[in-house]
Design a binder for this molecule. Structure first.
Ligand SMILES: [Fe+2]
Length: 312
């Protein structure tokens, strides 16, 4: 029986993903090309189109992949626009926006979330769940949220520290060997250093702690990847982003995961309940990812109640 997250699952060996697991173990991040995940150009185009249209609905500003937003954007108030990674007091210019709850937007994002290759790697990071038979058994990984980062030319206020952080930083130290959160960043545009790629520190996941600056930023490298790649990393890896110096958009779709014992960012069991979540390539896998059958958190008494026995 598999007892730790460091042993290879049948999914990993069956899909031939050993070299990506090795990168996850040694560098704390791996980049899987579209030839391995099987993601098609049509699916990537659909994701791109839906996100651009959604951006226009939300902001009122037209946008193209080549040109980025076709007008200047500003945050509604200082408080709303203030990013906690910012080095200074003033809100940064609006050069990035996060569209949340993308699983609800279109089937294309649900298909990415149930991609068997990305899911096997996330499953490797989080291992099996044996608690009370896992509530449902199987893997401990669950969805935490789903987001898209739309980023265009500018500094976005990350500053010299590159916004380096650990995604599982809300969880108290010490952390163990099992990832408490994990990230699958699907690149919908090429990721390059000049184009504002994800920044990360290779091997930083082994520190099992928060970034130490300025050394962390000095050791950060770009996660450069062609469109269609998926960048997978655990919540322990120090990461942030480089400034985008080129015109146009850097675009991604990010299913974000949690260990079954960790609080989700979005309460997907509620927010996805009345959406067409089954409309995807693998409804069974999606059901488990959302956690519909999990024992916790419950909404009503779910333990048996003894009753006064009939006498006489
Ligand atoms: Fe992050």
């Amino acid at each position: 029986m598999r007892t730790t997250a460091t042993q290879l699952s049948e999914e990993i060996t069956g899909l031939g993903l050993e070299r990506f697991v090795l990168e996850l173990e040694s560098d704390g991040l791996t980049i899987v090309p579209p030839e391995v995940t099987g993601v098609t150009p049509e699916l990537l185009d659909r994701c791109t189109e839906v996100l651009c249209r959604r951006f226009e609905e939300m902001t009122g500003c037209p946008i193209t992949v080549e040109g980025g937003p076709l007008g200047e954007l500003e945050w509604p108030t200082e408080a709303a626009g203030k990013n906690h990674f910012d080095d200074n007091e003033r809100p940064p210019p609006a050069t990035q926006m996060i569209i949340q709850q993308i699983l609800q937007l279109d089937r294309c994002f649900r298909d990415l979330a149930v991609n068997p290759v990305a899911d096997a790697l996330i499953g490797h990071l989080m291992g099996p769940s044996d608690f009370l038979g896992a509530a449902t058994g199987g893997s401990a990984r669950r969805l935490s949220s789903s987001n898209s980062f739309l980023k265009w030319q500018g500094d976005y206020g990350y500053g010299s520290g590159l916004g380096l952080h650990c995604d599982q930083g809300l969880n108290p130290l010490p952390w163990g060997r099992t990832a408490l959160t994990a990230n699958a960043t699907w690149c919908l545009t090429d990721y390059t250093l000049e184009g504002g790629a994800l920044a990360y520190v290779p091997g930083s996941h082994r520190s099992n702690g928060h970034p130490v600056q300025p050394r962390a930023a000095e050791k950060a490298v770009p996660a450069e990847a062609p469109r269609g790649s998926v960048i997978v990393f655990p919540g322990t890896t120090w990461h942030g982003a480089f400034p985008k110096k080129t015109p146009g958009l850097r675009l991604c779709a990010v299913p974000y995961y949690r260990h079954i014992a960790v609080l989700p960012q979005e309460n997907t069991r509620i927010t996805l309940r009345d959406t067409p979540w089954e409309d995807c390539a693998d409804p069974k896998r999606m059901r488990e990812l959302i956690g519909f059958d999990d024992m916790f958190p419950y909404l009503e008494q779910n333990q048996s109640v003894p009753r006064l026995a009939a006498t006489g």
